[in-house]
Design a protein. Structure first.
Length: 254
């Protein structure tokens, strides 16, 4: 490990994550490989001490940098004196994720969630509210990148995230394994509070603008909605997901 003042790497073939929470949680977890870590005098000393200790244990190259250098690689001034250059995100193998689930698990399946901030916020809520895994497609779906990592506050390191080449096929297989597939829909006649989420469940959240694709809707065993009392007729995907996750947690703790 080196703390030299050598030139900062600016290769954007790998994504950079930045900010105290995202970087600290990533090196704490040791899950997503870090290629290089940058820190400046702007970083809180206690945070820097912990980050560098984890980096040393993981064999991560560390570089002392200026704020301007970190601004350049992050293309942001909101890094709080910390940035990390990341290897490709290590998605979980889908079959392995399913094999390792506990009894009566609860998964979330995301159908074409484009917005990385929505995606990250969903992962953050999934971690906080006891979701056992996230399944996403490989087409029209935000990848786990720096924006997702930041909006998840580092939760991408803790929630298993698996990719499926065919969400319809995956939903059908899970249904055959005893899962109920509960789709979120503004047009559902039942509310989330009328559903039973205590058994093995896949909560299916659709695209921000188009909802769940028709082919995937055919795999749903139930559709539910969130009761709306205001003038705005819908919530964004991340807020809706958080409400669904909390209701599932509430039911399972009773």
């Amino acid at each position: 490990m080196s703390a030299s003042r050598r030139p900062v790497l600016t290769n954007h073939n790998r994504c950079w994550i930045w900010g105290r929470n995202a970087v600290l949680e990533t090196v704490r977890a040791g899950f997503w490989p870090v290629l290089e870590l940058l820190h400046s005098d702007r970083c809180d000393p206690s945070v820097r001490t912990e980050v560098l200790a984890h980096a040393n244990n993981l064999g991560i190259t560390v570089t002392a940098a200026t704020d301007a250098q970190i601004d350049k690689v992050c293309r942001s001034e909101e890094h709080q004196g910390l940035a990390a250059r990341m290897a490709p995100f290590p998605y979980c193998d889908l079959d392995r994720l399913i094999e390792q689930l506990p009894p009566a698990p609860i998964l979330v399946m995301l159908d074409r969630v484009h917005d990385p901030y929505n995606f990250g916020a969903i992962i953050r809520s999934a971690d906080a509210l006891g979701i056992h895994g996230v399944v996403v497609g490989t087409r029209e779906q935000s990848l786990v990148n720096s924006l997702v990592a930041r909006s998840s506050a580092g939760a991408v390191n803790h929630v298993p995230i698996a990719r499926s080449e065919d969400l319809v096929e995956t939903a059908e297989s899970l249904k055959q394994d005893g899962f109920q597939i509960v789709g979120a829909s503004d047009h559902a006649t039942e509310t989330i509070f009328q559903s039973d989420l205590k058994s093995a469940t896949v909560l299916l959240i659709g695209n921000e603008g188009r909802g769940i694709q028709p082919e995937l809707q055919t795999q749903c065993t139930q559709f539910v909605q969130i009761p709306m009392l205001g003038h705005v007729s819908s919530l964004n995907a991340a807020v809706s997901a958080g409400i669904f996750f909390y209701e599932a947690l509430r039911q399972r703790q009773n």
